[in-house]
Design a protein around this ligand. Structure first.
Ligand code: SAH
Length: 496
């Protein structure tokens, strides 16, 4: 535990992208008993909330209303006084138009200890994601962050003459609906209408859109494109750099929101691979696994041990240890693995793989083993509800085999139901079934599947656009996604 109980951490979640929360913020979030979060926190960050934590959404949209600030203060005090480690998760930086001050006053009034974890503010980080440098040598010697709206929700009365005189970069927040007013007031105050200006919507997420123009043109562009909140409006010479600095185009999956459905403990590598290619990834684990505690039979009777997943390898070794044995009890049994990830997990435990099929699926594993298994039978160590093709194929080929279920799979409900995703990635048929069970109404245009059996399950689940990886590996899955979105980057930049 990082913190004693009865504590509140005000944590900046960054502008939306899951990679832009600080390490400290992430650690505190992982240790939270209770998370109180806002509308602007990205789905990828929300997905990091611990499953067992109490989650309170105080920024509801679509039907629900915002929870008034007084009530949020009361929630924080109430949860902390219960002895909880509370994380108050806020978009961007907690102190920049984040009302953290009011929350701290409420905590101080009750003597509740707290910590503030700074965040990447959208004002700076969001613009960086759009390739807008907030200063640049001679072009801007200062920057000014301004709210376009007041506490009461009305337009703020600003001293536009003063702003126009500053000569620095101006960044307006909470101004999506006030672009016309901001631009015309600045022109009225003496700024040339040719001054470069830009708007960035949903910065750092897959939905990021960039509008670039001038004080004279930006408002019409934004109206035509339907700019909506959250958005940053920025004015000044440096905004023009976006034309050559917008870097997202170099990443093949940028502008794509992708749901990873694998079990929580298996998701990390795939998510990292997709994020490295620019995708906004939301981990929504739809299945989980738990070990089955079985009595191990005499393993020396078997000529082959077969593994179909990393989880199977882990569960088998845990079972061995629990039974007071180690791998020597398998004598000289040979080892079969369904694919390279499983073989790598075996290698980590000192076992080399004697057979791995060319195509990494159950049916091919069974075919290959049919020629290899002789007098001493095969022991398959796998999931209780593993794909039937393997069993059917072994039986059809009269292979002597036993199956020992070492773990079972069950459906899980993810922490967030991600809206507006472009694709969901499925690494087994059971992830497809779990996805449908957890999010029955969710429409996702594309299912990206690790292999044929998974693709068939996706078809049964009603997916229309299904892509199947060439090989059943995470690398190949990632390539499949790159291929479908190759040359097909969404046009999310609008210029005059
Ligand atoms: N504390 C936050 C700001 C909260 S005020 C921060 O430091 O970023 C809310 C305003 O922030 C929005 O109206 C919008 O102007 C801006 N904002 C927050 N996230 C944004 C994003 N991803 N893209 C564009 N603007 C964003």
């Amino acid at each position: 535990m990082i913190r004693s109980k009865g504590f509140v951490a005000l944590v900046g979640a960054g502008p939306g992208d899951a990679g832009l929360i600080t390490l400290r913020g992430r650690d505190l979030l992982a240790a939270a008993d209770c998370v109180v979060y806002d509308r602007l926190v990205g789905d990828g960050v929300l997905a990091m909330m611990p499953p067992e934590a109490v989650k309170i959404n105080v920024g509801k949209t679509g039907g629900g209303n915002f929870v008034p600030q007084d009530e949020i203060n009361e929630i924080l005090v109430r949860e902390a006084e219960k002895g909880q480690m509370v994380v108050r998760l806020k978009g961007g930086d907690p102190f920049l138009f984040g009302r953290a001050g009011e929350e701290i006053e409420a905590l101080n009034a009750k003597g509740i200890p707290f910590e503030v974890v700074p965040g990447v503010t959208s004002a700076l980080g969001g613009l960086a994601c759009a390739g807008i440098p907030v200063t640049h040598r001679v072009d801007a010697r200062s920057l000014h962050i301004i709210t376009a709206h007041t506490k009461e929700g009305g337009l703020a009365r600003l001293d536009y003459e003063a702003l126009a005189r500053l000569g620095g970069t101006l960044i307006f927040m909470m101004g999506a609906s006030a672009v016309r007013e901001i631009c015309s007031e600045l022109i009225k105050a003496g700024m040339p209408s040719e001054t470069p200006a830009a708007a960035v919507e949903s910065a750092s997420t897959a939905a990021q859109r960039l509008f670039t123009g001038t004080l004279g043109t930006l408002a019409s562009l934004c109206e035509k494109g339907g700019l909506h909140s959250p958005a940053l409006i920025t004015v000044g010479k440096t905004t023009a750099f976006a034309a050559s600095f917008a870097w997202k185009k170099f990443l093949p999956l940028s502008g794509r929101k992708i749901i990873v459905t694998r079990p929580r403990e298996r998701a990390g590598k795939l998510s990292a691979m997709l994020r490295a290619r620019g995708a906004e990834v939301v981990e929504a684990p739809c299945i989980a696994t738990r070990r089955i505690k079985a009595d191990l039979p005499d393993l020396s009777k078997y000529g082959w041990l077969g593994f179909t997943s990393v989880t199977g390898v882990e569960a088998f070794f845990a079972l061995l240890a629990e039974n007071g044995r180690d791998i020597r009890s398998a004598g000289a049994a040979k080892i079969a693995a369904i694919g390279p990830a499983t073989a790598a997990a075996l290698k980590e435990r000192g076992l080399l793989t004697d057979y791995m099929p060319e195509v990494y699926d159950g049916a091919h594993l069974a075919c290959g083993l049919a020629d290899l298994v002789k007098e001493k039978p095969l022991m398959m160590l796998r999931a209780k509800e593993g794909s039937p093709e393997l069993t059917e194929e072994l039986a059809a080929r009269y292979v002597k085999f036993t199956e020992l279920p070492v773990y079972e799979t069950y459906f899980e409900r993810p922490e967030v139901i991600p809206q507006g995703a472009d694709a969901a990635v499925f690494t087994s048929a059971s992830t497809v079934r779990g996805f449908k069970a957890a999010m029955p109404g969710l429409e996702v245009p594309c299912a990206c599947c690790i292999g044929v059996q998974t693709a068939e399950e996706a078809k049964r689940a009603g997916f229309k656009n299904i892509v199947t990886a060439k090989k059943a590996t995470l690398e190949s899955l990632t390539e499949a996604l790159e291929e479908i979105y190759h040359d097909n980057t969404p046009e999310k930049t609008e210029k005059e």
